[in-house]
Write a protein that binds this ligand. Sequence first.
Ligand code: S3P
Length: 434
Amino acid sequence: METLILSTARQLSGTVRVPGDKSISHRAVMLGALAHGTTEVEGFLPGADCLSTIACFRALGAEIEQPDPERVVVRGVGPAGLREPADVLDVGNSGTTLYVTLGILAGQSFYSVLTGDDSIRRRPVQRVGVPLREMGATIRARAGDALPPVTVIGGGLRPITYAAPSASAQVKSAVLLAGTFAEGVTTATAEAASRDHTERMLRAFGAEVTASGATASVRGPARLVGRRVVVPGDISSAAFFLVAACIVPRSEIVIENVGVNPTRCGILEALRAMGAEIALENEREATGEPVADIRVRAAGLRGTRVAGDLVPRLIDEIPVLAVAAACASGDTEIRDASALRIKETDRIATTARMIRAFGVAAEELPDGLRIHGRGSAGALRAAIVESRGDHRIAMAAAVAGLGATGETGVTGAECVAVSFPGFAERLAALQGRP
Ligand code: S3P
């Protein structure tokens, strides 16, 4: 087991890059496999989750090369070219691989089985099973169709209009990708908008997609054509450095080349509402996605309320937002976030536990958290925090450790490689250490 040791940082400064966006990296491999022709991916995230997607699509018959960690070449087999895998598909720890691949497998007439690690086998599959069955796929799972391993025999899909009970991009993406195999228009809608990378990338690959607010549609059968995909840095990874620079006194850093898709920028809004000094510079576009450099300076933070439409736009950033809240003056309340209960861990419980380890009062609410901020990072007392195998809990605890007084240890830190290989090295570089 790996342990990260953090001592109080005096200041963070300099320029840093974060690895490629996880959501976009997964989708580039998936759409590349379904397309005609070759897809070249640059800036790919070589994290364990995205490597699971590559392994699954290789097992489904796509030829995928990775000439260097951040470059992937996918030779598409076309929508009818995937083949029945010879063995169970293992998604590792990756929820996106599980849920979104199910949408693609629903379009295949062959038999396949998906499973993953202990955490994955606790994650609910009915959220995609329900709409995919309505489209005509046969989907069975353990525990009364609730949990992986999950089996699929698909094909012959009909288009549907699906009103999802939660604003999940994974569910929406599964429905839309299944829709690329159905004859006619498939629509996914929800109460709030979620990340729209699938819609943007389907369009970039030539599909007919319409989207407005929390509703997106695709016309099937879609003909996708492979292309070059440039993946920007992941704002969910940048969020750890954003919060670190806010809470460590005298800091000023620039995080270069970050994806700033509005459906992902909730963390910028929430931190600004807390008083953070954040500026976007050098705004540009890559493969239909907005990109910028983000400059952030240390600032005194105050508590805030996060709820409603904002939540899906920062869902993965809540553990580290809770660290910002712990260092802020006043209370922060996070509501409407019950989706956190079905992430890599129950992140309402694991975030509250992690914040309390630093001597900060944090209450677990059924759909969120209430955190009683201590007014400054220095008021946090160093802690030993166990990641419980959740990469975002490990990194959020490391950020708190930079601010806290004393030496913090994060145990079980090997899970950081799920989404952010090189995290500890970059954190050290921002402190001027080799
Ligand atoms: C993701 C969607 C989100 C997010 C996950 C990645 C995606 O999950 O938490 O890390 O790539 O579509 P939900 O769709 O369940 O909100």
